[in-house]
Design a protein around this ligand. Structure first.
Ligand code: ADP
Ligand code: MG
Length: 451
């Protein structure tokens, strides 16, 4: 009974806090009692308890109350009877727990069982990252360190890191693999400072074989955390331990990272996950669709629905999955197959969100601002590279992101001929391949424009 209500709010909770937060902080939480309006929960470690209280208390309480209005308070404590005895008693035994922090981290920073190499669909936009991740997972001689994966949200960074974790774990069950988000890293560090256990902290981190820190952009600007991170990082590299990091952009582009860190991060292999293209989206949808039906799911959709989705929904795979789940959920209640037309109606909000009308003027404005030049120069005739390159890139993006014809694009760029636009597009395509700086610029701009 008591755990039923915890189970009942699960989906809403995931929606409220996000899948990632749920996985990192709440998945392992258990409801132990509901007594006199107080709901008692246990989490594996004290720091997890602290974090949940700080961040999710209100949300959880609120959701519980929707189901059972008698609940007026919730209480969290660290689990007392863990077999490995590395969790703290809830009555303030923090030092005890801190001494065993290393194990604690390992135990609750779980890897999502869904995120494996087998379930990762490979295509042009992500194959370089995929192969780099596989190399790390083979655990041969270290030819580059760290591996830094970057790219926009929902493109598979976390998925690949977990996949590395699973692969290493199955091949080397005794090695210690630590995966955590940069946010968690900071939290542990702050906690260690507070409980005067920085030694324990250092020990715990420096004794791992493989360290994976997700979303490192989070520690940008947080100076003491950065420093500690840097020391940990150096210590591990010196010991020839593997490090895998991810960020929402390449190290050089993360504002507020110290130069030392940036150059250290760049010293390994930096690879990016590009936004998905149509082909990858379709393959991902087909793969997930098959997996759903193979595991007994009943999904009755007409041919063409997946293709429609791959064409019309954004490049973010997480969003794509959300759309597919809605199709699955609806499939159960429909008596007939879902048609493309149904899908259009069902997924209208997904489609609208990724179909925002992008204006050429907006592209021109953003590209000019990005390169710090005037709009009049961007659409003007000056041939110096500092004007010509941004102009070419803006034309390239206008072709990619809007439905305007080449002559129309030329016209909007100060009355140029459509052959000029073709030249600009060809030129930019070439530069993207040969100059990684341009490749990144285009990607950042694309993201700014689309957002
Ligand atoms: P990121 O960390 O880059 O924001 P995630 O790794 O969390 O993105 O991926 C978001 C979701 O999309 C996850 O559910 C993940 O399994 C899925 N996903 C991303 N890329 C792929 C892929 N190539 N094949 C299968 N699933 C993918
Ligand atoms: Mg992620």
């Amino acid at each position: 009974m008591k755990s039923d209500i915890w189970h009942e709010i699960r989906d809403d909770l995931i929606e409220a806090v996000g899948k990632e937060n749920f996985r990192n902080w709440l998945e392992a939480v258990q409801m132990v009692e509901l007594d006199g309006g107080i709901a008692f929960f246990e989490a594996p470690t004290q720091f997890q308890v602290d974090w949940i209280k700080q961040n999710f208390n209100e949300t959880i309480l609120h959701l519980l109350q929707e189901i059972d209005s008698s609940v007026f308070r919730i209480q969290f404590s660290a689990a007392k009877n863990s077999k490995t005895s590395n969790s703290a008693p809830s009555n303030g035994g923090d030092s005890n727990e801190a001494a065993n922090q290393g194990d604690g981290y390992r135990r609750w920073m779980r890897l999502d069982p869904e995120f494996t190499f087998e379930s990762f669909v490979v295509g042009n936009p992500n194959q370089v990252a995929y192969h780099a991740a596989c190399r790390v997972a083979q655990n041969g001689p270290i030819d580059y360190n760290p591996l830094f994966l970057h790219g926009g949200v929902g493109l598979g960074k976390t998925h690949l890191m977990h996949a590395i974790g699973w692969a290493l774990r199955s091949k080397h069950p005794n090695s210690s693999i630590l995966y955590l988000s940069a946010e968690q890293f900071m939290y542990e560090f702050v906690r260690a400072l507070r409980y005067k256990n920085t030694m324990g902290f250092k020990e715990a981190f420096r004794s791992v074989d493989v360290l994976m820190v997700d979303d490192v952009q989070f520690i940008a600007g947080k100076d003491s955390t950065q420093q500690e991170f840097f020391h940990t990082f150096n210590a591990l590299i010196d010991q020839k331990k593997r490090i895998v990091l991810s960020g929402d952009r390449s190290p050089g582009r993360i504002d507020g990272l110290s130069d030392r860190i940036t150059s250290r991060l760049q010293s390994g292999l930096v690879v990016d996950l590009h936004p998905t293209d149509y082909e990858l989206r379709l393959n991902i949808l087909q793969y997930k669709f098959e997996r759903f039906t193979n595991s007994g799911g009943n999904a009755n959709v007409e041919a063409g629905v997946l293709d429609f989705m791959a064409r019309r929904i954004s490049s973010n795979v997480r969003v794509l999955e959300g759309a597919l789940n809605r199709i699955f959920a609806t499939g159960y209640s429909m008596k007939r197959p879902i048609t493309v037309r149904d899908a259009g109606i069902l997924l209208a909000d997904f489609i609208k969100a990724s179909d925002v009308k992008i204006e050429i003027d907006e592209i021109i404005r953003l590209v000019a601002a990005y390169y710090n030049i005037r709009v009049s120069d961007l659409v003007g005739a000056k041939r110096e590279r500092i004007y010509a390159r941004p102009r070419h890139i803006a034309m390239y993006l206008a072709k990619e992101l809007t439905r305007n014809s080449l002559p129309e694009i030329g016209r909007r760029f100060g009355g140029k001929d459509h052959t000029t636009v073709i030249y600009a597009i060809k030129r930019t395509e070439k530069l993207i391949v040969t100059e990684s700086k341009i490749d990144e610029d285009v990607e950042i701009l694309r993201r700014r424009i689309v957002e």
